[in-house]
Design a protein around this ligand. Structure first.
Ligand SMILES: [Zn+2]
Length: 379
């Protein structure tokens, strides 16, 4: 019986040992498999990454190649366009043979391009021979021994008007010393019923004068103020009828505006207009050719319309330094300008300046006022 028990226990132990060995082996095998699977996965990922990188690289190469192709294609297209433009340029010029005139000071260029070399410079009224007219806005012209291009807008088949000297009668009662400094105050855009009389009071009080470039529209509303300007010895010019930017108008529109201004001026003051200030100082070659007046601009801008501030207006004048021969721009329609003038006039007189009109300043600075001409000061 004891033997039977020993055999049974031994068999049981053997079975236990067997199963234990089997289980351990399985675990080891499985572990290996897991490790192997993990390593395979990691290899797979690395390969995938490589493949993606390769893919990107390949794509980049393809892109580069396609860029190269596009560049080449663009080059071909550009060259074709250039060729076409060149052909067109040759086509758009129509041969002519006619006499034309320069309507302003303008350059003759080697090519029909504002960047090309200047061959010569012509002036208002110079006679030129046009040999071809282009639909690109340029004309091919001959001038003396020069053959080149001028922008068609600066030439005219019609002979431009001669610039004529304008003589304006000077009030001889006022004593001006030509050896002493003088400056011209000028006032635009009025008359205005509030501020203009204040400016006139300041002038009258200090026994000095200025020039008013009045608007036709305002002059017809307040003719008495314009009359007073002249009555106290000031000069009155026209700032046109409607204050339009003349550079944007046709010759006919400019003539219509100035005609209206002339009528109001003569009705108000009983004599003809002599001086014009174009709005914004704008006078292109068409404006200058069309307006039969000296066009009086300025060389000191007080910016009174912008600051509307007495101290700032005075500071703009003071920062110029020597004002002898200068034309100062102001506007007679602001009370801030009247405030500034009330202080500025006695200050200028104290500094030894004579306040004169535009035609007095031109006369004493030996400037001949001519029609169809714009002036930016008489210095
Ligand atoms: Zn104006």
């Amino acid at each position: 019986m004891k033997e039977k028990v020993v055999i049974f226990v031994s068999i049981l132990l053997a079975i236990i040992v067997f199963f234990t060995v089997c289980a351990t082996t399985m675990v080891v095998i499985n572990k290996g498999k897991v490790v192997q699977t993990a390593s395979t996965l990691s290899n797979y990922n690395a390969e995938k990454e490589n493949s993606i990188n390769e893919n990107i690289e390949t794509n980049n190469i393809i892109k580069k190649e396609s860029k190269k192709t596009t560049q080449t294609e663009n080059k071909i297209v550009n060259e074709k366009a250039k060729e076409e433009t060149k052909n067109k340029k040759e086509e758009i010029y129509k041969a002519v043979d006619e006499k034309v005139y320069a309507i302003t000071t303008v350059h003759i260029r080697e090519k029909d391009d504002t960047e090309s070399n200047i061959l010569a410079t012509v002036n208002l009224g110079d006679n030129l021979q046009r040999v071809a007219v282009g639909s690109n806005g340029w004309s091919k012209i001959k001038y003396n021994n020069v053959v080149g291009y001028i922008s068609t807008q600066y030439i005219s088949e019609e002979k431009p008007p001669e610039k004529e000297k304008v003589d304006i009668e000077i009030n001889t009662e006022r004593k001006i010393d030509p050896s002493k400094p003088m400056v011209a105050l000028t006032f635009d855009d009025g008359p205005n019923p509030n501020s203009t009389p204040r400016i006139l009071d300041a002038l009258e009080k200090n026994k000095c004068v200025a020039t008013f470039f009045d608007l036709g529209t305002c002059m017809s509303n307040y003719p008495d103020i314009t009359k007073r300007e002249e009555a106290i010895g000031c000069e009155v010019g026209s700032h046109t009828y409607g204050h339009k930017n003349l550079d944007n108008l046709s010759k006919e529109q400019i003539l219509e505006d100035i005609k209206n201004a002339e009528i109001v001026y003569k009705n108000t003051l009983g004599h003809d207009l002599t001086l014009v200030r174009p709005p914004y100082g704008n006078a292109n070659s068409i404006v200058k050719l069309t307006l039969n007046y000296p066009l009086i601009n300025w060389d000191v801008d007080t910016l009174d319309w912008k600051s509307k501030n007495k101290d700032s207006i005075i500071a703009e004048v003071k920062k110029v330094g020597n004002l002898d021969g200068r034309i100062i721009l102001m506007h007679s329609i602001y009370n801030s300008t009247a405030d500034a003038v009330e202080e500025l006039i006695p200050q200028l007189l104290n500094e030894g300046y004579q306040l004169v009109t535009i035609s007095e300043l031109a006369k004493y600075k030996n400037i001949e006022l001519k029609t169809h001409t714009a002036y930016w000061g008489f210095k």
